[in-house]
Design a protein around this ligand. Structure first.
Ligand code: ASP
Ligand code: MG
Length: 491
């Protein structure tokens, strides 16, 4: 249990918690038992959201690619496909075996998976149309469906045994509810967009009644899947890779709408929280104890890999705090709190580095219509499904930066060239300094430039957000620069 944030326990509490466990936190039998203990020892946790076991979504995505290849090329052997199906099956059966939950529903789901993809394999080449993103989402959903069933059964087993429970020895009523009954999205398979209003409705209809929060001593815990959702016609969608964090934010937001005691989202992972910068790049990187929601959102977007970039969006306008902690060292309580009320002094809190950046500069506008130029440009970018990270603009030229985007094609450049001269530069890194009201620190730019002496800065982006100053440099200097900035602003 995370100390110091809960007020009381049980139903009188002012804090009810949704806890999300990532792939590594449910990756092995030991990890699952460790994670279930976190739930059993915290009476505030009412809803649990799990990822697929680590590596499983990758394996399922590989399986999908193999199936597509097999479908379009009859000469491809089936053996690789069958082997992968067996590996995915065995991995989970081993976990089930070592936890000792033979009755688990997970076995039925594993059988369904095996049957669907191996027994129908011979006929798959006669199927038309070919496999689509909709089929891919269905296939990927098995990862979370299996792990949620395993987690549910493990919780049910351990709550009966009680030996793992240190706090309030109470037996919990553990039930599973499919995320497809809570999280509603559009039909953009592969990376579906959630419908928050529908999620609120579904939370009220399907999830809240199960929690029995009106009874005085509810001990119910509901386990559900991250990442997966459904359309209004009941088809399975996914929220995009890494989307379980996003699921958990959507679900707690739905709950909060009806019961504002749901004000803490715990995200359990395999690192101690969010750090000042990527510890793989900078050896002095350290954990951040607390940061503002806006800072965390920028960090997630600009490169910190701990949270899915969209996670904090559903929480932007509500009073829900987030704790990111290490499920392997749950007792050390060294995680990161993401809150809205924190020390207001402007500061540099973290650094992020994003490689594979491209900048496109448009100059000498050819159709000086005075207005509508950017609208034209953006409509072209939209047509090519390109999302812009940063924009800097002056009277005579405009630059945009993009992240490693395969859609930046010669067709796109040609279309843009109708409106202006186009220059494309690649192999750049975006360095971002992130911190509460960082732009209000006196002389911040001159201190940054002092550290950056001798490096060519290709562009500076500042002002659109109070919490971020970013600049582009040659990719080859990225790691060096981030180390220098860390040494001068964060040690
Ligand atoms: N299992 C999914 C993935 O690996 C979702 C997640 O873990 O957040 O992308
Ligand atoms: Mg993740």
């Amino acid at each position: 249990m995370v100390a110091g944030i809960g007020i009381g326990t049980g139903i009188q509490t002012l804090t009810l918690t949704v806890a999300k466990f990532g792939g590594t936190s449910v990756g092995t039998a030991e990890a699952i038992i460790r994670s279930t203990k976190i739930v059993l020892n915290n009476p505030q946790i009412k809803v649990v959201i799990v990822s697929a076991t680590s590596g499983t979504t990758n394996a399922l995505a590989e399986l999908f690619d193999l199936l597509v290849n097999f479908q379009t090329n009859p000469k491809n052997p089936q053996s690789k496909i069958l082997k992968l199906i067996q590996e995915i099956k065995e991995k989970h059966l081993k976990i089930i075996e070592s936890i000792g939950i033979k009755e688990t529903n997970a076995i039925k789901i594993i059988e369904e998976f095996e049957q669907k993809y191996s027994q129908t394999l011979p006929s798959i080449q006669t199927l038309t149309p070919t496999l689509t993103l909709k089929d891919r989402d269905f296939l990927l959903s098995f990862g979370e469906r299996i792990s949620a069933a395993i987690f549910t059964s493990t919780l049910q087993k351990l709550t009966k045994e009680q030996e793992h429970v240190q706090v309030q020895k109470q037996e919990k009523k553990v039930k599973h509810l499919s995320a497809t009954k809570i999280v509603r999205t559009d039909e953009n398979f592969g990376e579906a967009n959630p419908d928050m209003l529908a999620i609120q409705e579904l939370t009220k209809e399907n999830l809240l009644p199960l929690l029995e929060l009106n009874t005085t001593e509810s001990t119910t815990v509901i386990v559900t899947e991250g990442f997966i959702a459904s359309t209004s016609s009941g088809e399975i969608t996914t929220l995009g890779r890494g989307g379980s964090d996003y699921s958990s934010a959507l679900i707690i937001r739905g709950l909060y709408q009806h019961d504002p005691r749901f004000n803490l989202l715990e995200i359990w992972t395999d690192v101690d929280g969010i750090s000042t910068t990527d510890p793989k790049l900078v050896k002095d990187a350290r954990n951040i104890r607390e940061l503002h929601l806006n800072e965390a959102a920028e960090l997630a977007f600009f490169g910190a890999k701990v949270l899915h970039p969209l996670t904090l969006i559903p929480l932007a306008d509500v009073d829900i705090n987030v704790y990111v902690g290490n499920s392997f060292k749950e007792q050390n309580q060294k995680g990161t709190f993401i809150r809205k009320n924190i020390d207001p002094t402007p500061l540099v809190r973290a650094l992020a580095l994003r490689n594979s950046q491209t900048i496109i500069t448009l100059s000498r506008v050819k159709k000086p219509t005075n207005y509508g130029f950017l609208a034209h440009v953006f409509s072209i970018l939209t047509k090519y499904k390109i999302s812009v990270d940063n924009v800097t603009t002056s009277e005579i030229s405009t630059s945009f930066t993009f992240y490693d985007n395969p859609n930046i094609t010669s067709d796109l450049i040609e279309e843009l060239s109708k409106y202006a001269n186009v220059k494309v530069e690649g192999n750049l890194s975006l360095v971002s300094l992130i911190g509460h009201k960082i732009v209000k620190i006196p002389d911040i730019l001159s201190s940054v430039f002092k550290v950056m002496e001798g490096y060519h800065i290709r562009a500076v982006f500042m002002g659109a957000s109070k919490n971020n100053i970013s600049f582009l440099i040659a990719e080859e200097h990225g790691v060096e620069v981030i180390n220098k900035l860390h040494a001068s602003f964060l040690v």
